[in-house]
Design a binder for this molecule. Structure first.
Ligand SMILES: Nc1ncnc2c1ncn2[C@@H]1O[C@H](COP(=O)(O)OP(=O)(O)OP(=O)(O)O)[C@@H](O)[C@H]1O
Ligand SMILES: [Mg+2]
Length: 371
């Protein structure tokens, strides 16, 4: 009878062992067992998936290959756990996978005690990459929404104002033009009328920007060659660049293929806006380098404008695309807000990187084919 009991106990223990093994092996978290020196004793399938190393590669090697920072924390943790009689701890950390990828993880470190002291640790590890990506996407979507809301509120106000101002302005401009053309005027009076005329012209430009911003007309999408649209934008800004001793360097190849579906007029004005912003940032001359290329899978067209200008402070970088944000004398601050909207309308994106004092790079990304 005693014999049978023993057999049954052994049998049950074997079942328990297999049960434990299978639970560990198929866990949705990585489970790594280590001794006090960080030598790996257990390595499950999920650990294999997350870190890219097989069980054979990892058993009997050091866990510090994955978590170099753990080395310092290890003994500290052991002490802490002993003193406070805590058996587990949570750690947010970064692991290193076989292909060198940094993996954000949340780790629960559990002390396994025996004979009154810590003998081993179990590390239960959850990959946070996806979670962090979702949180970031959510944050981005939220800030885009806020930006859109702001744009539409400002847009309505702007449209109303622009409409009201256009008539009186056009009357002022015609009157100034009339006086200039009809009368032999004294030099100072003539100059004053010219000032009035020039400034109403500027005001008209602001108004047409406002209207474009508030109530953009329909987009007309057609297949175009991006290099020729860039060429035209450069040629239209040629005089301005030359007068300010600015050299334009083209890095893109002529007749860049494939063609891309865009609203040519608007895309040209996007490029001119970006070039003029760069010009304004280079008061003492400099270089604008323009590049355009398709990414590896030919899914996106990347266009970059790099200047050697004053750059943009970190604080201002966050406000760049806000309507009416401007540090330029005479600027309305609508340029980049319109640019961003045009790019969004093309299902693309735009971003800015800058080093104050050294220059700025604006990167426009456009999908190669409109879906
Ligand atoms: N390449 C650049 N280098 C440095 N600062 C820049 C650059 N591009 C934009 N900025 C900053 O962003 C601000 C906003 O640019 P945006 O084009 O929207 O308006 P603006 O050029 O001031 O006026 P406008 O409406 O006439 O274009 C600029 O005033 C400037 O401070
Ligand atoms: Mg501008």
């Amino acid at each position: 009878m005693g014999d049978n009991d023993g057999k049954e106990r052994k049998f049950l223990r074997r079942i328990d062992d297999r049960h434990n093994y299978s639970t560990i092996e198929h866990s949705l978290d990585a489970i790594i067992g280590i001794d006090l020196n960080g030598i790996i004793k257990t390595w499950n399938r999920r650990a294999e998936e997350i870190f890219g190393y097989s069980k054979d590669e990892m058993i009997s090697t050091s866990v510090y290959k994955l978590f170099s920072n753990l080395k310092d924390e290890h003994s500290q943790l052991e002490k802490e756990m002993k003193e406070k009689n805590v058996i587990h701890k949570h750690i947010d950390t970064i692991g290193l996978s076989k292909n060198g990828e940094k993996i954000p993880v949340i780790m629960r470190m559990i002390a396994i005690n025996g004979e009154g002291k810590v003998l081993r640790f179990s590390l239960v590890i959850r990959n946070q990459t996806e979670k962090i990506r979702i949180e970031e996407d959510l944050k981005r979507a939220h800030s885009e929404l806020v930006q859109t809301e702001k744009l539409s509120a400002v847009g309505q106000l702007a449209a109303g104002m622009a409409h009201e101002l256009r008539n009186p302005l056009s009357i002022i401009r015609s009157a100034a033009q009339f006086c200039l053309s009809k009368f032999p005027l004294q030099k100072e009076v003539k100059e004053s009328f010219e000032v009035i005329y020039r400034n109403t012209e500027d005001a008209f430009r602001v108004i047409s920007d406002l209207l474009e911003f508030a109530k953009p007309s329909e987009f007309r999408f057609r297949e175009e060659s991006i290099s020729s649209v860039l060429d035209e934008a450069i040629s239209l800004s040629k005089n301005k660049c030359a007068s300010q001793k600015i050299e334009v360097v083209r890095k893109y190849i002529p007749s860049l293929e494939p063609l891309i579906v865009i609203d040519k007029r608007r895309m040209q004005s996007v490029f001119i806006n970006l070039i003029l912003n760069a010009v304004n940032a280079m008061t003492k001359g400099g270089t604008i380098t323009i590049n355009a290329f398709f990414d590896e899978n030919k899914e996106n067209l990347i266009i970059t404008f790099s200047d050697t200008g004053c750059g943009i402070s970190k604080e201002n970088l966050g406000k760049l695309f806000e309507p009416f944000f401007s540090t330029t004398k005479g600027g309305t601050g609508l340029g980049l807000a319109i640019v961003q909207r045009v790019i969004t309308e093309h299902r693309g994106s735009i971003n800015a990187e800058s080093e104050p004092g050294r220059g700025t790079t604006i990167t426009v990304k456009l999908p190669a084919a409109r879906k």
